[in-house]
Design a protein around this ligand. Structure first.
Ligand code: DX5
Ligand code: ZN
Length: 224
């Protein structure tokens, strides 16, 4: 069974105290920090650049899970790799040569991951799995660009298909994950859980992370 991991998204942290937000996640038992990079072109919002990854990597010792919501990821890989990214996620909808860009990420010694939007068919990433170009798939359960949106349950079918195809791959789910939705996503084979607004609004983030982890472990693959 792949490890169940919880990845707080610092998009929901207080931007005036971002380093504290990273520290708080680590001290609360988070497994990785999820950094949402938005270029205002691929998505209608602008968030962080490589310097925020650098800050986060210097602040905590858990891995940096970097989600590139950018039109041309190939133009920015080196900066994000050098900043201390551990996993680099590119979108299948991005304007780039997918196998080449994923190979470049691996060539830099980083874990390559592919991400797909809610409306994108799962077949679009089959080649990434069949050729093992990726170590991780990130299924978007909201339309990318903003935190705090409602979980779209219709993406669960895609998660189930991916898990049936590949027991070795990490499946991350991103958007609207909380104490009501985590078990549904785990039931269809997700093992990595991004959670932003839910975790950062908690008084006791450690208890919330422990609860998400327990729920996910208890229901992992139970719906397959
Ligand atoms: C959305 C981002 C998500 C976001 C999740 O574009 O990719 O990572 O931070 O936020 P919540 O957990 O609030 O839906
Ligand atoms: Zn994200």
């Amino acid at each position: 069974m792949p490890e169940i991991q919880i990845m707080p998204s610092i998009l929901a942290a207080d931007f005036g105290r971002l380093a504290e937000g990273c520290k708080r996640a680590e001290e609360s038992g988070a497994d990785q920090i999820h950094v949402d990079v938005m270029d205002g072109v691929f998505v209608p919002n602008i968030s962080f650049g490589p310097d925020v990854v650098k800050m986060s990597a210097a602040t905590v010792s858990i891995p940096q899970n970097v989600h590139l919501m950018v039109q041309r990821p190939q133009d920015h890989l080196e900066k994000f790799a050098n900043a201390g990214s551990d996993t680099i996620q590119i979108h299948i909808e991005a304007k780039c040569d997918i196998p080449e860009t994923l190979a470049a990420i691996r060539g830099m010694g980083k874990r390559p991951a592919i991400t797909l939007n809610p409306e994108t068919p799962v077949e679009s990433i089959f080649a990434c799995l069949e050729n093992r170009w990726v170590d991780e798939v990130l299924v978007m359960s909201v339309h990318p660009g903003f935190g705090g949106q409602r979980y779209l349950a219709y993406v669960e079918e895609k998660c189930a298909t991916i898990r049936r195809m590949a027991d070795w791959v990490d499946i991350a789910i991103d958007g609207g994950i909380d104490d009501q939705t985590v078990s549904r996503a785990a039931a269809v084979g997700c093992n990595l859980f991004v959670a932003g607004s839910y975790l950062y609004k908690q008084d006791d983030m450690a208890a919330a992370i422990a609860d998400l982890r327990k729920q996910a472990q208890d229901s992992y693959c139970s719906g397959l």
